[in-house]
Design a protein around this ligand. Structure first.
Ligand code: SF4
Length: 321
């Protein structure tokens, strides 16, 4: 049976979207363009978000000491060894805040990536408070000639949590950023972390109504990963009772519950995070592979004869939040 998104998988997967959009498997090539972040350079804060450790996400080839072209070349070799040759590549500006610079500098970085013959589009990750109008105008124009996608870090839908993890922005800022991107006709997604202090699975399920009401094109989820030498590691050591950390088995059931309530047209780019174990301070996930989690979530949905959006309820008023 094909689901509304056009394949037999029980959730609207990012890989399905890419195959249908481009004609085959697309490989993201992470790029560190050397940007910083207002939560680190003093504009919003200096210590960064309490959980942040960018090096944990950056592949080894990815460093701002190399040109963007060199990172693309090295990234192609890196991924070909692991996953073979894909249909095409997308430049993924991932590290730090990738719209946090003057417009001419942003243009030069994005255009260098797009000039590489292997690159068929760009994905830009950023903070909600780093999207000024000139960038959105430029990206709107850019997408007339190439694929452009945005990822905005929300992390939590709750202001108390955003303060606690020192994000330096509130929920309204994130909501408005997503709406502004959509008003510029840009495919906009967000990123959420499950397991931040003070939150429970009931909160995360409750927050889906707000997310369903936003003009989101895609979404990514991570379980909280506590990295060594971060502020959140210290908070966890001092107040472990504040953290609701799901075991992999609990996470699989939770994610099935979550997907059942999620709007079916929102493309799910990622269900969980996976980083090299050497960065982790504590884990109850051991060496579980990402593919295993995805398979288990799909098996759970099949066992329930369920799918993304099966329990989706459309009406929602943002004013109630
Ligand atoms: S906004 Fe992103 S890069 Fe900046 S401190 Fe937070 S997690 Fe790190």
């Amino acid at each position: 049976m094909d689901f509304p998104w056009g394949d037999t998988r029980r959730f609207n997967s990012g890989s399905r979207f890419m195959r249908q959009h481009f004609g085959g498997r697309m490989q993201r090539l992470a790029i560190d363009a050397g940007f910083t972040c207002p939560n680190r350079d003093g504009t919003r804060g200096t210590g960064g978000c309490t959980y942040c450790l960018n090096t944990a996400f950056n592949p080894s080839y990815c460093t701002p000491q190399k040109s963007i072209t060199q990172q693309i070349e090295d990234g192609i070799l890196f991924h070909q060894k692991r996953r073979g040759t894909p249909y095409g590549y997308l430049a993924y500006f991932q590290a730090f805040s990738n719209t946090y610079a003057p417009i001419e500098l942003l243009k030069s970085k994005y255009e260098e990536a797009l000039q590489h013959t292997a690159i068929q589009g760009i994905i830009i990750a950023t903070r909600p408070d780093c999207l000024y109008e000139a960038v959105l105008d430029y990206l709107e124009e850019l997408q007339q000639r190439t694929f452009v996608s945005l990822e905005i870090g929300m992390e939590s839908c709750r202001d108390a949590t955003l303060r606690r993890i020192r994000r330096g922005h509130n929920l309204t800022c994130a909501v408005e950023a997503i709406e502004r991107c959509a008003s510029h006709h840009l495919p906009v997604g967000t990123h959420l972390i499950f397991g931040l202090p003070g939150e429970t699975p009931e909160h995360w399920l409750d927050d889906i109504a707000l997310l369903n009401a936003l003009p989101l094109h895609h979404i990514k989820f991570h379980q909280l990963q506590i990295f060594k030498n971060t502020l959140i590691e210290k908070e966890f050591q001092e107040h472990p009772e504040a953290f609701h950390r799901l075991t992999p088995e609990q996470y699989v059931h939770f994610m099935a519950d979550y997907l059942e309530r999620l709007r079916p047209d929102i493309i799910v780019d990622r269900l969980a995070g996976e980083v090299p174990p050497k960065y982790l301070s504590v884990t109850n996930w051991h060496h579980l592979k990402y593919e295993d989690i995805v398979k288990q979530v799909e098996n759970e949905l099949e066992r329930r004869n369920s799918w993304q959006g099966k329990c989706f309820t459309p009406p929602y008023n943002l004013e109630e939040k």
